[in-house]
Design a protein around this ligand. Structure first.
Ligand SMILES: *Cc1c(COP(=O)(O)O)cnc(C)c1O
Length: 347
């Protein structure tokens, strides 16, 4: 195709996990929540649906007030997006020029790489240490380095880097670092307080996983107000629609629903981990709503395929320098036992 920019025609394009549109699948492949969102979400969307003749609030004020209260930050420290993927796009467009460099860990979320490629920028992947900490080189300054991405908990591993490590990295780095907290509600700690300590630290969140609202498309970023002010210039004028603002505001205002949901998922996660271990899988203890497992002897790709034939989707992944493995999202107890009995018959 001769009309588009060179880096676009050369781009493979990011491929999200399978979303089968027909048939009945048990979906354990894209880390969606197995439980419905707070009932207050649907009520709020119904009310908002009566007012669609008007443009939405361009800066999602209602959500920022509610999120500010839930997270104990001031609303002008928050910018909202059409999913946190939109936040990642806004950040890349704001900080990264043609020829610049972004850095991410390996293995990790590869959308970051695609976003860099769209800008015509380069990306650099740094391997985790064996104990899932990061080498100090992850914080090394480098010519052209403009943005660093760190999912925490990481995907697909479910591991976390400590607050102390993150603060030290930020101090060492010449550029902003995004802590992508898509899964943090399932973890033991988060990094919101670090944003107040170092202006280079930014934290993104999504309502897709822990709030059970992947279909709504709503995410947000917490950063210092001087940073938010710049990012607001880059986002689409109405990047969040009226229905999603209403739904997301109701969701983040119902913290009791979140706590109940998270405790169910964490309990199922522990049981999934011990069942996999009993079948001889190597499992890294997860702080997210999925479990990454590899097997020292059995091939895992046939297990993925066998599950799919039986209408259960998990994610098969192989990364350069890492063992191939399966990432299994934490579903309901029933979904996990259906999945585990099929796996048991294959190893
Ligand atoms: C799911 C996910 C996101 C994207 O979330 P959306 O808000 O649905 O766009 C961002 N980062 C990571 C690491 C994810 O796994």
């Amino acid at each position: 195709m001769t009309f588009v920019r060179n880096n676009i025609s050369q781009l493979a394009g990011y491929v999200p996990g399978e979303q089968p549109q027909g048939g009945k699948f048990i979906k354990l492949n894209t880390n969606e929540n197995p439980y419905p969102p707070s009932p207050k979400v649907v009520e709020a969307i119904q009310v908002a649906a009566e007012k669609l003749v008007r443009y939405p609030d361009p800066v999602s004020t209602a959500f920022r007030l509610a999120a500010g209260e839930a997270l104990n930050v001031d609303p002008d420290w928050i910018i909202c997006g059409n999913g946190s993927d939109d936040i990642l796009t806004i950040l890349t467009r704001s900080f990264v020029d043609q020829g610049d460099l972004i850095r991410l860990p390996n293995p990790s979320y590869i959308l970051y790489r695609t976003l860099a490629e769209i800008q015509g920028a380069r990306s650099q992947e740094v391997n985790f240490n064996d104990d899932w900490t990061l080498p100090t080189s992850f914080g090394d300054p480098e010519e052209g380095l403009k943005l660093v991405f760190l999912p925490n908990p990481n995907s697909p591993t479910g591991t976390v880097v400590s607050q102390e490590e993150i603060l030290a990295l930020a101090e060492q780095l010449p550029c902003p670092i995004l802590i992508d907290e898509a899964y943090v509600d399932f973890a033991d700690f988060n990094c919101i307080e670090l944003v107040k300590q170092n202006e280079k630290i930014m934290v993104s969140r999504t309502l897709s996983k822990s709030y059970g609202l992947a279909g709504l498309r709503f995410g947000f970023l917490v950063a210092q107000p001087s940073m938010i002010e710049q990012l607001l210039k880059v986002k689409d004028s109405y990047n969040c629609d009226a229905l999603s603002i209403a739904g997301a505001t109701a969701a983040i205002s119902d913290q009791q629903w979140l706590r109940d949901n998270v405790s169910k998922i964490r309990a199922t996660r522990e049981s999934l981990q011990s069942q996999l271990t009993q079948l001889g899988f190597e499992v890294i203890p997860s702080q997210a709503n999925f479990v990454w497992c590899t097997h020292p002897e059995a091939e895992v790709k046939p297990i993925y395929e066998y599950l799919k034939e039986n209408r259960i989707l998990v994610r098969y992944m192989s990364y350069p320098n890492w063992k191939e493995g399966l990432r299994i999202s934490v579903g309901t107890d029933d979904q996990i036992s259906a999945c585990m009995s099929l796996i048991q018959s294959k190893v």
